[in-house]
Design a protein around this ligand. Structure first.
Ligand code: HEC
Ligand code: HEC
Length: 287
């Protein structure tokens, strides 16, 4: 097969990191994401007003046929083991109040349906946006008398995956009119476009200007967040959104902010908005 590799002007010579587009597979693949032959996902959507791109596209379209196939079948999707683990935790009593999540919220299929599609939300108590991980911790501490999970520890990833999975297929939509959500969006946008690190790259350098191109062996997507926590085949586990943020920032050789810091919460608000209209895919499967 003839592979014509074209180097773009953005190559960073010293370090050797460059974006290439191959004429064979540079475009996101034209295919439909249907889970278990039943749930048709919205994996391409008209971008919301003010978005720099005309269309928002799920990262699923940028992956290989093998990786894409795994996500279409919940029996094959290894991320579903995390979801099942989350269900167990949901029903497990913990803490001084002798309660489980289910004691108050009953069946998650009903009580949590749609919740994952609308987070982060504004939290009056902390005067900040709160994500699902934060909301779980809030209930653990205030309603169960249990300890907050540390980042990526305990039941945080499986429980987050379980809650988001209850919104599988539902389109992402944030309410930016709540509290000061808009100013967190603004701050997240600033972070998104700010060039950092030795490589002087921003999120937009890769996921906006060069999506569809290759960077090393990776087909660059728009960096949408609708599938998190996602199952990464390379790492053989569920990866949380803030872990992914930190990994992407680390790759530019910059100092990376703490998980759930104001910087990354702003980024979560902004990147979630960028994926407005895409179905929640949790747990998505990625390379
Ligand atoms: C003692 C009762 C109680 C327990 C136990 C409890 N919660 Fe909650 N939870 C609440 C209340 C009250 C709210 C606030 C409801 C509201 O804001 O509409 C809430 C809100 C939430 C929300 C936000 C829902 C939304 O619509 O935004 C999530 C997510 C959540 N809880 C998850 C959990 C999880 C996960 C657990 C177990 C780790 C848990 N909760 C345990 C009482 C409880
Ligand atoms: C040097 C290029 C580069 C930069 C800069 C970069 N990323 Fe990424 N990012 C990647 C690559 C490569 C992947 C894996 C392939 C893909 O999905 O694009 C990825 C994946 C992602 C994903 C997962 C997408 C999915 O479908 O699961 C998210 C979310 C993401 N990046 C967000 C960000 C954010 C936010 C920033 C800025 C803080 C950023 N990235 C900066 C290269 C980059």
């Amino acid at each position: 097969m003839k592979k014509h590799v074209q180097q773009l002007g953005v190559a960073i010579g010293v370090i050797g990191l460059s974006f290439a587009s191959t004429s064979i597979v540079a475009e996101p693949v034209d295919d439909k994401l249907i889970i278990d032959d039943e749930i048709e996902m919205i994996s391409r959507a008209k971008a919301p007003e003010g978005h720099p791109l005309p269309e928002v596209i799920s990262g699923w379209h940028y992956r290989t046929p093998e990786t894409r196939a795994i996500e279409t079948d919940t029996f094959q999707n290894p991320g579903m083991l995390g979801v099942e683990q989350g269900e167990e935790i949901w029903n497990t009593v913990e803490g001084s109040e002798g309660k489980s999540c289910a004691s108050c919220h009953d069946d998650a299929a009903t009580s949590m349906k749609g919740v994952g599609a609308a987070y982060p939300k504004w939290d009056e108590d902390s005067s900040k946006p709160i994500n699902i991980e934060g909301r779980i911790n809030k209930c653990r501490v205030e309603n169960m008398g249990a300890e907050a999970y540390k980042f990526d520890k305990g039941g945080q990833k499986p429980l987050t995956a379980y809650i988001k999975h209850q919104s599988l297929g539902m389109p992402v939509e944030l309410d930016l009119s709540q509290g000061e959500m808009q100013s967190w969006w603004d701050q997240g946008k600033e972070t998104y476009y700010k060039r950092t690190g030795q490589l002087n790259l921003s999120c937009a350098s890769c996921h906006e200007q060069n999506n569809g191109k290759y960077i090393r062996a990776d087909h660059l997507s728009q960096g949408n967040v609708n599938g998190f926590p996602t199952y990464r085949l390379k790492q053989n586990k569920l990866i949380s959104l803030h872990n992914r943020f930190r990994g992407c920032i680390r790759d530019t050789r910059a100092e990376f902010p703490a998980a759930f810091s104001d910087t990354l919460m702003g980024l979560e608000v902004y990147t979630t908005w960028r994926g407005t209209g895409l179905s929640v895919e949790t747990p998505a499967v990625r390379q």
